[in-house]
Design a protein around this ligand. Structure first.
Ligand code: ADP
Ligand code: ZN
Length: 758
């Protein structure tokens, strides 16, 4: 017997090995094995079994790693598709489908020493510095593996033993699974009686699941994908829960994808609560990036062993080994974070659809503001649109007022942070003891440090962006590469030295400060990446807000997503244009989505909500359609623009980015790539042979400097490709890349269906 093996080193091909007598029967597709390669021993994954090989003198597999094949043949097939479609090496695709923690031979289930906090004294204990470092980590994590603790604290076991001697911690071996949610008490929940539009949607999903189940394996592409379009609070999650129950009833499992940021304990609890007892009882596994390697390993194996039939997780959970798979849910399907920004650059929503097709499962995409791509697929009949037009609690949509900041700036002789209208509205809320959310998509204090005399702007030495001033920390920071610089007292430009150097632009710190000045009695809190340093911060602040201990919450994106706060009756969007003026064809779509999402935070209780949108371009369609809660209107006009320029969904895009430290070399290489690409449109005839098939509708733009020309010391040039049929193009690109020679210091990234154009 022969096994075809993909090695975990970048070689872009597979190799044949003999299966030795003693290993026959232990090796199947998906097994991890160790094989000889040159003088080395290398781990790999068996991707196929064969009776014979085209090669002679085959070497034999040395051993099997682990007891169970890790990748199911179905997920393996998916990895193959990813490699081909997203133009990446098969081993890169394979790595993506199997978490590092599972691949690591040593992170198996076995007894390990765990350190657990026994009690946290009311008075912080007085400890020597090394012990204090260890203690700080433990207080935050409560329990973790000794090995992990030692790495984190950079110390030895002796220090930890001293804490044990003080009676603060317990050190004990454990085989038990590392369940990140083990300490939580979850009350069981039962299905809610659905309203008529929910019933209609669920019936269609269930019918499709039944039809798919009896369809022949590897069925033809059918309209099995659903798009569930409904505002927050329209009862989408309840539909998901009942559809999952149906999958379990069919003897199949489900994967629920949610954006990392929305994967809060409350979200997870809702799923656990429904399936922790009763007829369809099963474990619910959770996969996200904050799990420790051990936790991830154990969650993964719970799924592989079939004990957890439901998986809820961020992007990479789409590869969870649920088998058989009946249902995939992609909540907030329009979210950019479903796209992975490093190779393999896959889009989890699109992978979900392909995987479901391969496994006869049904996909439900959910969103209040669907992506243009998905909505377009409904219009063209590829997906089925399900609409939930109303909130379950009959709440009205909030009243949205657009404030023209040009007028406010004129009246106040300068650009104010708050328009008089918004100020007035905040005052009212404080009087009525209702809560306010203020949203601004920029952290820090000011967005730029500028000299009014000579025009000097403090820029990052590594990136082509200005540095943001962080006032509390008294430093200038780059939000791309995290470079930190001191704040100059005078203008540092040569021959200038102006002491009146100024900060311009507004960040969340400045908004918070302005609120404290204007409303000293208000309890104000800020929530952004700078204040959310610890694991528990997010939860704590939201808890305080829910409990009414905070009057005004200032924040970035973090507060824009699916949070439920009945007492919030006012939302202020400080600067709605910020996302509009970016050189990205999705700028309008993102602004529309963001405004709709943020506005959705207002008025969830008995009182109607009010939203103030402050904008310098108040008549922009993205702002006006969001004001009227008119998705259809926005979609129609936006599609027209996309069609003119053949942007998605009217066409497909591939983005090639060349990167290097020498701008000249990058530019020169990009020009070379352009000449190669031109051959795809008009292929030269091979001597004596026929020309390769041309991609006639290919539009090539560039090379041009990337919008962010320099990032983390690398110069970047881009080429953008547009075509109707992506699979043809990615096939041609893979071939071109394989034959391409670039200077050593220049690399090229191929991004199929990019969402980030910077
Ligand atoms: P979405 O996911 O669209 O934001 P949810 O499913 O979370 O909506 O529903 C919002 C709230 O309404 C939840 O508390 C949910 O339990 C409740 N709910 C959902 N469907 C119904 C229903 N048919 N009748 C009453 N309450 C419902
Ligand atoms: Zn930088």
């Amino acid at each position: 017997m022969i096994a075809r093996v993909s090695l975990e080193i970048a070689l872009r091909r597979e190799f044949d090995y003999l299966i030795p007598e003693e290993l026959v029967g232990q090796i199947e597709v998906g097994s991890r094995v160790q094989v000889p390669f040159g003088a080395r021993k290398i781990p790999g994954c068996v991707t196929a079994l064969a009776e014979e090989s085209a090669h002679t003198h085959l070497k034999a597999i040395l051993k099997v790693i682990g007891t169970q094949s890790l990748v199911t043949p179905k997920v393996l097939q998916l990895a193959r598709w990813i490699g081909e479609y997203y133009c990446c090496a098969p081993e890169t695709a394979l790595k993506a489908v199997l978490p590092e923690a599972v691949r690591q031979e040593e992170s198996g289930f076995r007894e390990r020493l765990f350190v657990r906090v026994l009690n946290v004294p009311a008075e912080p204990p007085k400890l020597p510095r090394r012990q204090q470092d260890v203690w700080n980590i433990l207080v935050e994590r409560r329990e973790l593996a000794m090995t992990e603790l030692l790495t984190l604290a950079q110390t030895t076991a002796a220090t930890v033993r001293k804490l044990e001697d003080r009676g603060l911690v317990e050190i004990a071996p454990q085989i038990s699974e590392r369940d990140p949610y083990s300490r939580e008490q979850i009350l069981p929940s039962t299905p809610i009686t659905l309203n008529p539009s929910q019933v209609g949607a669920l019936q269609k999903i269930v019918a499709a699941m039944d039809a798919r189940r009896s369809a022949p394996a590897d069925g033809k592409p059918t309209a099995a994908t659903f798009l569930l379009h409904g505002v927050t609070g329209s009862g989408k999650t309840e539909i998901y829960l009942q559809a999952i129950a149906h999958a379990l009833e069919q003897g199949r499992g489900a994967i629920v994808l949610v954006p990392e940021i929305a994967l809060t304990p409350q979200t997870v609890e809702r799923f656990k609560a429904r399936f922790s007892s009763g007829k369809w009882q099963t474990l619910v596994a959770v996969l996200h990036s904050h799990l420790s390697a051990g936790e991830r390993h154990d969650e993964w194996h719970k799924i592989r062993q079939g004990r957890a039939r439901i998986v809820i997780g961020a992007r990479s959970a789409i590869f969870a080994p649920v088998d058989p798979l009946g249902l995939v849910i992609v909540d907030e399907e329009h979210e950019q974070t479903y796209k992975q920004e490093e190779a393999p650059r896959y889009h989890a929503r699109d992978v979900a659809i392909v995987r479901a097709q391969m496994e006869n499962a049904v996909v439900v995409l959910g969103s209040a503001t669907p992506s243009l791509e998905s909505y377009h697929n409904c219009k063209s009949g590829k997906y089925t649109l399900l609409e939930l037009p109303e909130r379950v609690d009959d709440q009205k949509m909030p009243h949205v007022r657009v404030v023209d900041m040009r007028q406010a700036a004129h009246q106040e002789k300068g650009i104010p942070i708050f328009s008089p209208q918004l100020k007035e509205a905040i005052t009212q809320r404080l009087e009525r003891q209702e809560q306010t959310i203020l949203f601004l998509n920029r952290r820090g204090y000011s967005t730029a440090l500028q000299c009014p005399k000579c025009g000097y702007v403090a820029e990052c030495p590594n990136c082509s962006v200005s540095l943001t001033y962080h006032r509390l920390e008294q430093k200038l920071c780059c939000h791309i590469c995290a470079h930190v610089a001191p704040v100059p007292k005078v203008c540092p430009a040569e021959n200038c030295g102006n002491p009146a150097i100024r900060f311009s632009g507004t960040g969340t710190q400045k908004v918070e400060e302005a609120i404290r000045k204007l409303f000293p009695q208000a309890r104000c809190h800020r929530m952004d990446a700078d204040t959310m340093k610890r694991k528990d911060d997010y939860r704590r602040i939201l808890g305080d807000f829910r409990a009414g201990k905070i009057d005004i919450l200032v924040g970035t994106q973090m507060i824009a997503k699916g949070l439920h706060f009945p007492n919030v009756t006012l939302v202020g969007i400080i600067y709605a244009d910020s996302a509009l003026h970016q050189p990205d064809f999705r700028a309008g779509e993102r602004t529309f989505q963001l405004l709709t999402q943020v506005a959705g935070r207002a008025g969830r209780g008995d009182v109607e909500g009010e939203v103030f949108v402050q904008a310098f371009t108040p008549f922009h369609p993205a702002i006006q359609y969001a004001r009227r809660h008119d998705f259809q209107g926005f979609y129609d006009q936006e599609l027209e623009f996309r069609e003119q320029l053949k942007y998605p969904p009217a066409g497909r895009v591939a983005l090639l980015t060349l990167k290097g430290r020498s701008e000249d070399k990058v530019k020169f290489s990009a020009e070379h790539v352009r000449r190669e690409l031109d051959k795809l449109v008009a292929p030269p005839a091979a001597p004596g042979g026929e020309a390769a098939a041309a991609i006639k509708d290919l539009i090539i733009a560039g090379p041009a400097p990337a919008p962010l020309l320099k990032a983390e010391t690398y110069y970047r040039y881009q080429l953008m490709l547009r075509t109707r049929s992506m699979s043809k193009l990615s096939h041609a690109l893979a071939k071109m890349v394989a034959g391409l020679t670039l200077p050593d210091e220049v690399t090229m990234a191929v991004d199929i269906d990019p969402v980030n154009l910077f």
